[in-house]
Design a protein around this ligand. Structure first.
Ligand code: NAD
Length: 327
């Protein structure tokens, strides 16, 4: 946890992880939280009246200076991103996010910020380490020699290095988490930026409600991933922020599943069985990805542990309520 009496700035607070982080900081007793996002405040997933809410474009230096003024701790969770369908088709937009981290680092240095948290991604890992669905977990050293996901992954890897050099050269205390697929309620589940767990919940719910018991799956369903529930993500981020560990580190679940197994779990929650249609030309990302948690266990004495079955049930229920409420 950051010092809860000091000013804390959450960038990207209108998004999925940022919204949960602000909620958590308030519950923990933080009294001086500033939440910042590009979107108009009434479009944020979570917003709180006792927080200073600012709608700012953080690709600009002057707005970053405004955002971090007086801050003790800054979390940078702002990015133009989405699931595989978005990042494979919007590489230029993903790369432009480099402006956010660059300008936030410059502004944080000027403002003598005490801690700066950066949300990197498993997309920094080299493609040749992820060709086999039966992948063993990715270790932090697997990011080099560099061969990250084109566009989004290159931006993350470059921004990680900027954080490193601002720490080494200018003394800004940066902490870097490599998140592996985060999921949970109160996030994107439709519109093209959603990720596999919420997309699959939405499709299973649609099948259940319509009675058309079919589902389209991107790829052959045999690609593997791990998925981290949002509460683990927020907890792990704050443990890292507090720690003295300065290198990039995996913050992800090591419970590896195939996409077919993810669908099995969603079907069990819904209490139905669906006929599966595989869309082999859809964006599907690497064949295999999982988090090796040796380092996080050693450094933080902790690793994400919320079971996919439990987290997905909460996510499914929230999406179900949203869909039926809007219908
Ligand atoms: P999200 O899209 O829900 O939230 C990101 C927020 O950043 C959005 O609300 C967006 O409006 C905001 N933003 C975009 N451009 C901005 C700008 N110019 N100025 C201000 N705000 C801007 O995404 P998320 O899932 O909450 O992810 C948060 C961070 O974690 C991102 O950096 C993402 O790359 C990283 N990450 C997420 C996952 C995941 O599975 N969700 C995995 C790996 C890394």
């Amino acid at each position: 946890m950051p010092d809860l009496q000091q000013p804390i700035v959450v960038c990207g607070a209108g998004g999925f992880i940022g919204g949960h982080l602000v909620a958590h900081l308030r519950q923990a007793g933080a009294t001086r939280v500033r939440a910042v996002d590009l979107k108009p405040v009434d479009e944020w997933y979570q917003k709180f009246d006792d927080v200073e809410n600012l709608s700012l474009d953080l690709q600009r230096l002057d707005t970053c200076q405004q955002a971090v003024k007086g801050a003790h701790t800054v979390y940078n969770l702002a990015a133009d991103m989405g699931g595989m369908g978005f990042i494979e088709l919007n590489k230029g937009l993903c790369m432009l996010t480099v402006l956010i981290n660059t300008h936030l680092l410059m502004a944080a240095r000027e403002a003598a910020v005490q801690r700066y948290f950066y949300s990197s991604s498993a997309c920094v890992y080299a493609a040749d380490k992820q060709v086999d669905a039966d992948v063993s977990g990715l270790k932090e050293s697997d990011a080099y020699p560099a061969q990250p996901e084109d566009g989004y992954g290159w931006e993350k890897l470059f921004s990680e290095r900027m954080c490193r050099h601002f720490r080494e050269d200018f003394g800004l205390a940066t902490r870097i988490a490599r998140y592996h697929n985060v999921y949970g309620p109160i996030g994107t589940y439709e519109g093209g930026r959603e990720k596999a767990p919420s997309a699959i919940c939405r499709k299973v719910i649609a099948a259940k409600l319509s009675g058309n018991h079919e589902i389209e799956i991107w790829g052959d369903g045999r690609q593997t991933r791990s998925f981290m529930y949002i509460d683990d993500c927020v907890h792990g981020s704050n443990l890292l922020l507090d720690s003295d560990f300065v290198e990039p580190i995996n913050v992800g679940s090591s419970q590896k599943v195939t996409i077919n197994q993810l669908v099995d779990i969603a079907e069990d929650i819904a209490g139905i069985k669906l006929k599966r249609r595989y869309k082999l030309d859809a964006p599907k990302g690497v064949n295999g990805r999982n988090s090796d948690n040796t380092l996080i266990k050693e450094v933080l004495g902790w690793e994400p542990s919320i079971r996919l079955e439990d987290g997905l049930e909460k996510t499914y229920r929230w999406i179900y309520d949203e869909i039926t409420r809007k219908a």
